[in-house]
Design a protein. Sequence first.
Length: 283
Amino acid sequence: MTIRWYPGHMGKALAKVAEAIRRIDVIIEVLDARLPLSSSNNRLEELRSNKPCIKVLNKNDLADPAVTKAWVRHLERESGVCALPLSARVHADAKQLIKLCQKTVPHRGRPGWPLRVMVFGIPNTGKSTLINTMAGKCMAKVGDKPAITVCGQQIDLRNGIILSDTPGLLWPDLQDQVAAYRLATSGAIGAGAFDYTCVGLFAAGFMMQRYPERIREHYRLAELPDSPAAILEAIGRRLGCLITGGEVDLHRAAEAFLRELRAGKIGRVSFEEPDQEVVCPSR
Ligand code: GDP
């Protein structure tokens, strides 16, 4: 099944973003550390031209540490880019990010000459959480559901930095359905836009290839089944997602599996690696 997801208010974002970029010194692009490519917006790359950019690999607490290291090396190959893995809820991480902003543009950050920083990213990457932590208080609205954010606010961090939220929401490139399935697996896409069973099968197929032992151990399976459908069925049986007659309710099994996967219950998992082969989603 094809995933389509364009919350309406995202349409006019790009013109506003282009205008805003001219008035700032450092771009912070918030990516999901588990899928830095699929959670990026390639138009931002064009609009940024040569402005310094810090790519924050957020939700580092959920991502595979070895893969995140590889992503940092990969992203920093690009000129003007620094990559910083962090967890947006952690104050020490936010402080490290503030220091990196100051180091990136050392000639700004004085009275009358503030360091102007803007936070960009697709929905649900953790922008509001990061802004709150950087500001040290509850300024931006944090949502468990995708596509909730407060736009266009400016926060004086009182350390020479003026922090702004993006003036328009960016969105992922869902032309690439592999990226769309990875985003749905991560929880970034609104639940109404995809079929749980299809995404559950995609995620089971991915885990079977990349982290088979995690699945076997977490769900206490004697052996790992040899197809995504058989894995989802085994998970459903283990979690008691059954319908009358004792058959597995695949939709409920997929929901429960994705919930555990997204929350890091099956360990720290990255859904994509730099320069990796593509696994096709079930349609
Ligand atoms: P926004 O749409 O980009 O502003 O994203 P939010 O800040 O609303 O965050 C989306 C969801 O991700 C919320 O449920 C946050 O609690 C969660 N989140 C944000 N940062 C982190 C993080 O570093 N680790 C984890 N595990 N969850 C996070």
